[in-house]
Design a protein around this ligand. Structure first.
Ligand SMILES: C[S@@+](CC[C@H](N)C(=O)[O-])C[C@H]1O[C@@H](n2cnc3c(N)ncnc32)[C@H](O)[C@@H]1O
Length: 397
């Protein structure tokens, strides 16, 4: 990751190295004066309309840029030393936000992908891939499901700074079939709209603990994944029960049956916080992964954490020095108490793998309906967020 892609990245958008007419004595100030509003203050919108490079409310004099800086039209200043991603300074600044307040309406053959139940929005994955990798990098998802990460890596080609090569591992054949069908259907629709097709990525069938052995050490630039959950069997039952109850319970402002609410409040929240009567797209509170039922049946939480710790310690050896490991994980509400799974998992991975925890991003889906389980007897959160843990491999670069 460290050495790859810098030039490619800069080539993604057009360079603007052209000297202005006012070369030698602060053309930047003169340009600024040309774009003043009636009060004499700088009019950044006008300057932007004229396609002048504007950063932090001032026209950039491209002659003032350092050797390692390039102005990318419409995007800002790119620093050739950027070893993390292909973002310009202002894009990077935006990407440091610790909350991603974004709903993702059903898209990318959602009906097909939602058979999985734990799928992630491909465009959210693309956003994270853009933050933590460079064009041409290799992205690994060892728990790939129906391919949210893989599709995200392909979207980067057309909606980001360029294509990433993605490898996924998935042990349930059905999810692989769905990924392939999603890609086929999506590309038919794209062709019909005159858009270039999404690139196919590699989705390998098998257990990630075996498949990881086929990857050479330090060949992956970014690991982006969504872990299989603990206690899936109970969650699945809970979901069925919950859906039955949810139809009675409804959202808070609906007239509900008080007895049902008192009863269902605590029970209904068991297994996970929040409700998912009608997830929009790849919802923040789905936590049902039928593909995981076997393991989950026999795992305590401690065993689940130990399993994840062992797996991530092995995965980390495949990641290049200084590469990022980014993990989706939602907390859950179970047996009337809050399970802080994100914190537990962060600690387990941090202790077991040669990585450091760098961030806990929160994906907040503002479009989610709120549902009420505890009212008026106890507080049960409506989960409208998931955590995105960000680790970086510790080894020397
Ligand atoms: C949370 S889901 C991932 C969903 C994915 N992000 C998507 O967008 O579809 C976790 C996936 O890991 C798979 N899985 C669980 N344990 C596995 C293992 N040991 N090897 C390979 N896949 C596994 C499950 O079948 C499940 O599809």
């Amino acid at each position: 990751m460290v050495d790859d892609g810098g030039d490619d990245a800069a080539n993604v958008a057009s360079r603007s190295d052209t000297k202005t007419a006012d070369d030698d004595d602060g053309g930047h100030h003169r340009q600024s004066r040309l774009f003043t509003d009636d009060d004499g203050s700088f009019d950044a919108d006008r300057a932007r309309d004229e396609s002048l490079p504007v950063e932090d409310g001032e026209v950039v004099d491209t002659d003032d840029l350092a050797e390692h800086q390039t102005y990318l039209e419409g995007r800002g200043i790119y620093d050739e030393r950027n070893a993390v991603n292909d973002l310009t300074g202002k894009e990077w600044k935006f990407a440091t936000k610790s909350v991603i307040p974004e709903g993702y309406p059903p898209a990318v053959q959602h009906d097909l992908r939602s058979e999985h139940g734990g799928q992630k929005p491909p465009r959210l994955c693309a956003e994270l891939i853009g933050r933590f990798s460079k064009v041409g990098d290799t992205v690994l998802d060892p728990f790939a499901g129906v391919g949210g990460t893989l599709l995200g890596a392909s979207f980067c080609e057309h909606e980001g700074t360029g294509l990433r090569h993605a490898i996924g591992f998935e042990r349930t054949e059905r999810w692989i079939e769905i990924y392939e069908e999603v890609l086929e259907r999506e590309n038919e629709e794209r062709r019909a709209r005159g858009e270039p097709p999404l690139s196919a990525q590699e989705l390998r069938h098998g257990d990630c603990a075996d498949l990881i052995e086929d990857l050479d050490d330090e060949t992956v630039d970014l690991l982006l994944t969504d872990v299989p959950y603990w206690n899936m069997d109970e969650l699945e039952q809970t979901r069925n029960e919950r859906e039955t109850r949810a139809s009675k319970l409804g959202v808070f402002d609906v007239d509900v049956d008080a007895d049902a609410e008192a009863d269902d409040g605590e029970d209904g929240a068991e297994g996970e916080a929040g409700t998912a009567t009608e997830p929009t797209d790849d919802s923040t509170d789905e936590r049902i992964e039928t593909g995981d039922a076997d393991d989950a049946n026999s795992q305590t939480k401690a065993e689940w954490l130990a399993d994840m710790a062992e797996k991530f310690a092995r995965f980390a050896t495949a990641v290049k020095p200084g590469g990022y490991i980014v993990v989706f994980i939602g907390d859950m509400y179970r047996e009337q108490s809050y399970e802080f799974l994100s914190a537990d998992l962060a600690r387990a991975i941090d202790d077991a793998a040669p990585v450091s925890l760098k961030a806990d991003l929160v994906w907040y889906d503002p479009t989610k309906d709120l549902h009420v389980y505890g009212y008026p007897f106890s507080f049960v959160p409506s989960m409208v967020h998931q955590h995105v843990l960000v680790f970086r491999t510790d080894r020397d670069e």
